[in-house]
Design a protein around this ligand. Sequence first.
Ligand SMILES: *Cc1c(COP(=O)(O)O)cnc(C)c1O
Length: 394
Amino acid sequence: MNIPLIDLKAQYNSIAEDLDRVTKEVLSSANYIMGKNVTEFEKEFAEYVGVKHAISVGNGTDALVIALKSLGIGKGDEVITTTFTFFATAESISAVGAKPVFVDVEKDTFNIDPSQIESKITKNTKAIMPVHIFGQSAKMDEINEIAKKHNLKVIEDACQAIGGKYKGKSIGTLSDVACFSFFPTKNLGCAGDGGIIVTDNDEVATIARALRTHGSGENGQKAYNLLNNITEEVEKASSDANDTVYNPLKYYNYLIGFNTRLDAIQAAILRVKLKHIDKWNEKRREIAGIYNESLKDTELVTPTVLGDCSPVYHMYILQSEDRESLLNKLKEKGVATGVYYPVPLHLQKVYKDLGYKEGDMPVAEYLSHRTFAIPVYPELTEEQVEHIIKSIKE
Ligand SMILES: *Cc1c(COP(=O)(O)O)cnc(C)c1O
């Protein structure tokens, strides 16, 4: 039996009819950029998360970059984040010209350790960017309290945590701005790249909307006025401000922005998949529960779930003293695994100029030698789950 770490074909097959239909609809409509599917998806996504604004973009990394820029973060600023995450978290901070300042994680949750944040705050610190790693919320109350005390912004990197909850509240509603990714292997993935920014803040939303399309048009002018404290009325576009094809105002530019939009075809696909996400996340939790129960008497460390969190198991992470030989044996039995993350960000070559050295973040370094993921995707059959457990136990 061969079991991949994630099976996107199985996901496609489970909803193929709907996906084929909406894809064809977009193709034949010849409306490929922005338009109804994008606007409707943004509405549906905002409603799902429980926020006022959702601004879709080309990928999760761009979502983080635009979120930072919309909050006015740039050159000379520092942003505190976790060292145990996917590179894009810190890369987005560097991309706006700011400096990522890394903090070690908690051994049981893999999330940023709030007790180590305050000592990293300097006069240049502008924001904290927690990551809800592997789908479980960071300790947002503690983080928000520190942010409030020091007048810092908070940006959730929620790329792995769509549908997750913290103290009964949705992930994505726990900070000033949150970002999600629709990379195909995420819990809610499209058929290519995609991402989205969510916020309750009107001003941030307006700037983010302007930045995703060259800082132009009605959104660009509104953002320009906000940034320059101008209160005059903005010229109303004759068509929808988000219409990027037949919009005469698009040749008037107000900010240096980006070209990063969610394709109409991706939006149509995501509208189909959004209806399934709660069921899919529930299935992941169910499989995780079976693993927890079946593996508790082994030498492996199973994931810790905090009482006030409802995680979505983007990854099911185990820890082993002897990871390499275990993963090799699982491979022989047809069970795919993945190592998340082999090198914490403070030790990445690209960040050597930041001056970190081995030993600076002992918990993340310890975890980086022990953690690995086993398949937890919702389409796994009972037989496959059994095979995975049996193989690990052997
Ligand atoms: C996937 C991911 C991103 C980036 O998303 P892309 O859509 O691939 O750009 C950022 N942060 C985290 C934690 C992620 O897992």
